[in-house]
Design a protein around this ligand. Sequence first.
Ligand code: BGC
Length: 356
Amino acid sequence: MKLRRILAVLMSVLLLVLMAGCGGSDKKETKIGVAMPTQTRQRWNQDGANIEKKLLEQGYSVDLQYGNNEIDLQISQIEKMIQEGCKVIIIGAVDANSLSDVLEQAKRKNIKIISYDRLIMNTDAVDYYATFDNLAVGTMQGEYIEEKLNLKNGGGPFSMEITAGSLDDNNTISLFEGAMDVLRPYIQKGQLVVKSGQTDLRDCAISHWKEEIAKERMAGILAAFYGDGKLDAALCANDSTAIGVQAALLEAGYSPATGMPIITGQDADKKSIKAILRGEQTMSIFKDTRILAEETVKMVNAIIAGKEPETNDIGNYNNGMKIVPTFLVRPQFVDGSNYKELLLDSGYYTESDIKE
Ligand code: BGC
């Protein structure tokens, strides 16, 4: 009797082990492609690593590639993912406008495409979009300057210069519009003065969001327009452009001791948080890439299970060919007053990550 019970227990354990093994190997045969744009910026490394980790935890096999900011390289990486039989491909595009042909190939094979962080334009072969609310990022940057310069109560006139993102990235437009919707009325009223006169997106854009290009442009502006008189605010679209702008200002003699302009950023890069703590940058926008990765992997799970992924915006993201169902994650501003709570207490960084 006892022996029979022991045997029965053993059999059920064996069955469970077998079932788990089969389940795992099924998922292992489901390959997911992850095509990130570059490794030169901290955030994309984090995004890639977070997504890969979460997909592996779910039991998928993963092909993670970085495109080195080169359009052709990214296209060939995606082609390879299609040939390998990836069921879903998650793409942070190098260039939002160059993927139509390769995604057509994916569509023919019924491979689902998730546009990650940057909306892929001009193709109906993109299925879902997972991103932070970029318009809100811009609004927060604009409102930060508005508040610090007391513009609502008539503060000014103050000088401001604008540094935007890369024109091949659709986010650049939302960020610029979000910030300028807040700040443009003050420019019109004369409370903010852009001495360079560069207030159009095309004049302010920085190719590939490059730090060196942002630095060079700001150095030119400072030399030409700020020989006498200080710059009070620098609206910068993200942390790499903000670091470039700071470098130009420091070289031109600005310092935390004598007063830096208000400088915005985005991504809460370690480098920028250190700059905030040194008093060189003023704020950044914290986009918790762990949450975006998690939401994206939830989308993958739903697609693989034949279900409709959860989205929270089904009207606003038109890529020129279709309205792409979107999951938006809310960003938060971070500065010297709240970095501990947002970045350290949440485990995003450790003390040593942001120590000089
Ligand atoms: C992202 C930003 C990033 C920038 C440069 C944008 O598409 O939304 O977070 O700073 O690209 O990599």
